[in-house]
Ligand binder design. Structure first.
Ligand code: DQQ
Length: 551
């Protein structure tokens, strides 16, 4: 509370500010809200504190872009001003109504009691549809359009993009009852009068509050996205929630029945804390939208700081939006794939290329010729045999499965010698390796002779600063090793490393705050600390330009 409105930051040396990620000039940001495409512009709204670098005083800040890389800031679109949002304008989504008419649904806080606030749902419409920048938004006086029941007044928020079928608009709102996570379903014929369905779209015991639910169709084949209302016999649906209790998200792939309005996760998707994640690291409150200009579905996610609130106030800002990712269904049908939008590649310059580099145990090879603190790296590793893979300790299976990958990564890191791995990149590294953020693979063999590929993004050795949160983020990669290859792409940007394993099967984001490996003193290395020799089949790395416009 003390920091909520304290301004600072302007005189601080900004070594950890990102070069090409979405950031406003200063202050706190959190959830991306209502991303959409309208008349030639991409719009991003986001939760923003205009007065300081910690959460509080939340409004909907608004920026527009032609490419989702360069951003022009506009006036905040939705700010507390009416009885139905007096204490805050929290997260929500956009729906494009017939005739290309966008409408926003958002959560209004009407009282600061009971904590974290009394929550209702509101709508807002553009004041002028002929303005492609949608600068002004009207909050009509028939708000709120949805009120909570007395059990969930303070856990009833984050309305989704609505979808249309059987003569109705439908949307869900995140909630909980005791520790059951709930997505309440509402229907409307006219987008104003909403009726709660007798049953939920989906719910699950022991998952806690479901924040920022997202629900959308995916094509069974190919990487094209689908508009949110599209239905079809072979079409699958994705259901995602952000877990307030764990601060991770999980999603399932499943089937939506438009007649009963129920969602059923597939048997192959774990429905709970141990479920699939878009990102196994610092990534929260995400939201997708359908981009009609390029027929794709785009995912936006927020990464919080891992530094202390005091440090955030000192530097004057907190939070970034991660590079937008295209999402589509993996050919297996069991998970999604993600890849940074291709527009990002326009920022690449000075390509460095390596091929056939052998990495024996203990080797550390520098990738020279790029600005290693602000870079994009793609690498394919190859190995001639799987025989050296370490044993997967059966005892590990007793650990809670939602933490298993992180536990193993934390236990082994890069320093414990392995068989097949650890190998990968040392990003944001100082020249004597006093600091580095390793992104790497370790391959294990289970008792029944299956391989388990662990991918880690380990912040533990990232900084000499002892105050930071330095988690060993990790996830497993569901990959067939028949070709004896593993690929990795890392987007490195001063205090963030976003890594895509095996073409976007497993993605991990870390926030790190090196003290030595900053700006021109940051280096990038390849490494191997396993007995099996690894070959870097090919590596392409680029220095990254700053976008011309960043808010
Ligand atoms: N952030 C918003 C809420 C949402 C949470 C408030 C998730 O609407 O549930 O800033 O980060």
């Amino acid at each position: 509370m003390n920091y909520q409105s304290s301004n600072s930051g302007t005189s601080v040396k900004q070594v950890h500010r990102t070069g090409y990620h979405f950031q406003p000039k200063q202050n706190w940001i959190n959830d991306p809200n209502a991303p959409m495409y309208y008349k030639g512009y991409y719009h991003l709204f986001y939760q923003y504190n205009p007065k300081g670098a910690v959460w509080g005083n939340i409004v909907w800040a608004h920026s527009v872009s032609k490419d989702m890389i360069n951003w022009i800031p506009l006036e905040p679109a939705i700010v507390p001003s009416k009885p139905f949002d007096k204490y805050g304008c929290w997260s929500g989504s956009a729906t494009i109504l017939p005739g290309n008419k966008p409408v926003i649904l958002y959560t209004g806080i009407i009282d600061n009691k009971p904590a974290p606030g009394y929550q209702v749902q509101n709508y807002a419409i553009p004041a002028n549809y002929s303005d492609p920048l949608l600068r002004e938004w009207i909050k009509p006086d028939d708000n709120p359009i949805v009120k909570p029941t007395y059990e969930n007044v303070s856990s009833f928020r984050d309305p989704t993009t609505a979808w249309f079928n059987n003569g109705h608009w439908k949307m869900i709102i995140g909630s909980k009852h005791k520790q059951r996570g709930i997505a309440y379903l509402y229907r409307s014929r006219d987008f104003r009068k909403w009726t709660k369905a007798k049953h939920t779209l989906h719910d699950k015991p022991n998952t806690g509050m479901w924040e920022c639910p997202d629900f959308f169709p995916v094509s069974p084949r190919g990487s094209n996205g689908l508009e949110t209302s599209v239905l079809g016999r072979k079409i699958k649906h994705v259901f995602k929630v952000s877990l307030d209790l764990t601060r991770f998200e999980y999603y399932t792939i499943g089937t939506y029945n438009p007649i009963t309005d129920k969602y059923y996760p597939d048997k192959t998707s774990v429905d709970g804390w141990a479920g699939l994640r878009y990102d196994y690291g610092n990534f929260y409150a995400s939201k997708t939208f359908f981009d009609p200009a390029q027929n794709r579905r785009i995912l936006w996610g927020w990464a919080n700081e891992s530094s202390t609130s005091f440090e955030d106030v000192t530097k004057g800002w907190a939070g970034i939006q991660l590079i937008p990712r295209m999402v589509w269904l993996d050919p297996s049908g069991k998970q999604l794939l993600q890849w940074p939008i291709r527009e990002l590649e326009k920022l690449r310059r000075d390509r460095v290329h390596l091929s056939s580099v052998k990495l024996s145990k203990g080797d550390v090879v520098e990738v020279k010729g790029i600005t290693a603190a602000q870079a994009d790296v793609e690498v394919v590793f190859k190995f001639s045999s799987l025989d050296e893979a370490e044993k997967f300790d059966p005892e590990w299976s007793k650990l809670p499965s939602e933490n298993l990958a992180m536990e193993i990564c934390g236990m082994k890191g890069t320093t414990k010698e392995g068989g097949l791995g650890p190998f990968g990149l040392l990003t944001l590294a100082s020249n004597k390796l006093q600091e580095y953020t390793p992104v790497f693979f370790r391959v294990f063999k289970t008792l029944d002779k299956k391989y388990k590929v662990l991918m880690c993004s380990d912040a533990k050795p990232s900084s000499l600063n002892q105050n930071e949160y330095k988690p060993s983020f990790a996830g497993f990669v569901d990959v067939d090793l028949a070709e004896k290859k593993l690929s990795l792409r890392s987007l490195i940007d001063h205090s963030v490393v976003e890594s895509f394993g095996e073409g976007g099967k497993t993605v991990i984001t870390s926030r790190v705050y090196p003290t030595l490996a900053v700006a021109g003193d940051a280096h990038l290395y390849l490494f191997n600390n396993g007995t099996q020799t690894i070959t870097v089949e090919k590596l392409n790395a680029w220095s990254m330009n700053k976008p011309r416009y960043m808010n």
